[in-house]
Write a protein that binds this ligand. Structure first.
Ligand SMILES: [Fe+2]
Ligand SMILES: [Fe+2]
Length: 150
């Protein structure tokens, strides 16, 4: 009967690792877009990178929301609204790009860095800290509001 606690902690750890790995993929994609745009890469190449960014972001947001639901995270609703907004903005920027000459302008690059990038490095990092704060090796009780004793 105590098994589910261990199992839950282990699966939370695996989920946290998966989130981290997805953040790295998104981070690499965002950096490639900035670098290739600065190097004057052709439209089809940037278009492909932006498509990948959009689909990986959509996939990541979905998994992260599931992860938050599993943690019973109190800010899930707000986080979900922010994800929806960010994804809609990314889609708009991408369709503007597709309709244009193929130059990734400051609006697109700024959005990626200061909105999408900032979310992944800000709110999502707090999420990882929250998830770590739930771990308590000696029992299944949550330690979120307890002082740490080692
Ligand atoms: Fe995330
Ligand atoms: Fe997020």
């Amino acid at each position: 009967m105590s098994e589910p606690v261990k199992g839950t902690e282990r699966s939370r750890e695996l989920q946290a690792e998966a989130m981290e790995a997805q953040h790295e993929v998104l981070d690499r994609l965002m950096r490639s877009i900035a670098e290739r745009a600065a190097a004057g890469a052709p439209k089809p190449e940037l278009s492909h990178l932006l498509q990948q960014l959009e689909s990986q972001t959509a996939h990541h947001f979905q998994e992260e929301e599931q992860y938050m639901a599993d943690l019973a995270h109190p800010k899930l609703d707000t986080h979900r609204i922010i994800h929806r907004e960010l994804l809609a903005m990314l889609q708009r920027h991408r369709s503007d790009f597709e309709a244009g000459t193929g130059r990734a302008g400051p609006n697109l690059l700024g959005f990626i860095k200061y909105f999408l990038g900032a979310h992944l490095q800000g709110m999502d990092r707090h999420l990882a800290q929250y998830s770590r704060s739930l771990r308590r090796p000696s029992s299944g009780l949550r330690r979120a509001n307890l002082p740490t004793s080692r």
